[in-house]
Design a protein around this ligand. Sequence first.
Ligand code: ATP
Length: 239
Amino acid sequence: MLDVDRLVSYYGPIRALRGVSLRVEPGEAVAVLGPNGAGKSTLLRSISALVKPRHGSISYQGRRISGMKPYEIVRLGVVHVPEGRRIFTQLTVYENLMMGAYSRDGADIRDDFDFVFGLFPDLAEKKRQRGGELSGGQQQMLAIGRALMSRPTLLLLDEPSLGLSPILVEQLGQAIGDIRQRTGMSLLLVEQNAALALEMTTRFYVMQTGQVAISGVSAEVALEDIRHAYLGGPAAPPV
Ligand code: ATP
């Protein structure tokens, strides 16, 4: 479904991706783990065309998407939720969600509001409030809700748990599981919280300095092994 082949991306002289290959099958959830600066966000940005790869190729559902414009990739169903909850703080919750539906025609948008409000009841309660007035966790839900309004077939999710309380992390993990079950959506998840990421996915890749260091089946790997070898040992982020 998603096929990334020997991708190389730069920021000026910095080679952030050094030949990354990975795939996501239809309906599959895949984690990308790794320390700060490993290139995880750059990988997602390259897939959604926010960064233009210098070498390699990306295809989705058999079509080459590397070289397409970001909006063309969204239309194919590949939707990116970047790190840091980039919502429109001056717009209301409702308006933020509408922005996610901009490429769609009206008829079934109502159903999608119901779907998102069902998943994230806090958003339903606050739909007339401005995005900037929400808590960090609610802003994260809103960023994901907005992405869902464009009906992704593949969601690229960058560090959704960052800065959330353990309870919210659990709620978010459940909501994402629900979404996948109800829509069959695939997921490519970048997470520092390795325990959460392995729980939410069937396969994983660990990146290190712009390359894939190891990959495997999430249920078969011991978290401690990954942590010690690749994520900076016991000092890795709490899980
Ligand atoms: P983090 O979890 O800290 O975001 P990451 O694995 O997502 O880490 P990237 O953000 O993809 O890593 O960064 C990969 C490399 O590219 C790092 O060396 C980083 O310093 C560099 N980099 C990232 N963004 C930029 C940018 N906008 N301009 C220049 N260099 C960048």
